[in-house]
Design a protein around this ligand. Structure first.
Ligand SMILES: [Zn+2]
Length: 282
């Protein structure tokens, strides 16, 4: 058993099964019971509120109980008091490819893995605010604020599939068949980015702007859902055998309402800094 991934609020654990991982919440560092309660609320939220919107693209996952004794060596690092006998764990399909294991691009918003000879390619993508209702681009402006030298933008990719050439380092190294297939997918009206764009757009129209939030009571369900959809990860795997694409969405967790102060602070920084339409002209 070993930790194979670590986010701000979760650890991903390989437990001996080739196709599944355990995802444990460690958002609350003091008590396991708080993390367990959140995990139960979170899986219900994902199944009831998020999955129906994602048109079959949600990564398979389910709630399971694991004995605290089994996870104690790992959880001891993250949670000080393991005050319940079971850990509420989300068992999630392992989307990491067993074949495409060479990490050839590793940005904050894009990772690309390939196999020897590029027969399998796995892209891990974070489209973030793919929709925005400002005259500047939220993603490009936020990247500049954070000092990231990201040249590409998922909003541009949505509007123009050939922006993929700007996104992927050493684009010419990728097989032509892969490029043709993914470019065709990106032009498809039902691709993962168009789905996220439409959902974000509809929810943005129904929610009060972040800058206008004044208290936790202003945080409605639609805003929480919007913030979830602004923080997902998309996996696109291409296999040369059959020339197929397999697309999944993960990281669809319920955001705690307490995060609203962080959201307003960030929004304030974005609005008071330099605004950028798009970093790239292509
Ligand atoms: Zn942009």
């Amino acid at each position: 058993m070993r930790v194979v991934g670590r986010g701000g609020a979760n650890v991903l654990i390989e437990y001996g099964h080739p196709n599944w991982l355990w995802r444990c919440c460690v958002r609350w560092p003091h008590l396991l019971s708080l993390n367990n309660a959140y995990t139960i609320e979170n899986i219900h939220y994902i199944k009831n509120n998020v999955e129906p919107l994602l048109r079959g693209l949600l990564c398979p996952m389910e709630l399971t109980d694991v004995s605290t004794d089994v996870l104690r060596p790992i959880l001891n690092i993250f949670i000080s008091e393991l005050d319940e006998k079971v850990v509420k764990v989300i068992k999630i399909k392992n989307l990491a490819s067993k074949i495409a294991t060479n990490l050839i691009q590793n940005d904050h918003l894009l990772k690309s893995y390939c196999s020897q000879n590029f027969q399998t390619i796995l892209l891990e993508l974070k489209p973030k605010w793919i929709y925005y209702d400002t005259d500047y681009c939220r993603n490009c402006t936020h990247n500049a604020l954070k000092g990231r030298e990201t040249k590409y933008c998922y909003n541009q990719l949505l509007m123009n599939s050939s922006h993929l050439e700007t996104m992927l380092v050493d684009y010419e190294r990728y097989p032509n068949e892969f490029k043709a297939t993914i470019l065709e997918y990106l032009r498809n009206a039902n691709n993962v980015f168009k789905i996220l764009y439409q959902l974000q757009r509809k929810l943005t129209e129904n929610t009060i702007p972040i800058k206008n939030l004044r208290s936790i009571h202003d945080i409605k369900d639609d805003l929480l859902l919007l913030m979830t959809l602004r923080d997902v990860t998309c996996f696109i795997e291409w296999n040369s055998t059959g020339n197929t694409l397999c697309v999944h969405i993960v990281d669809v967790d319920l955001k705690p309402k307490e995060k609203w102060t962080h959201w307003t602070k960030t929004q304030c920084q974005v609005e008071s800094g330099e605004k950028i339409f798009h970093t790239s002209s292509k």
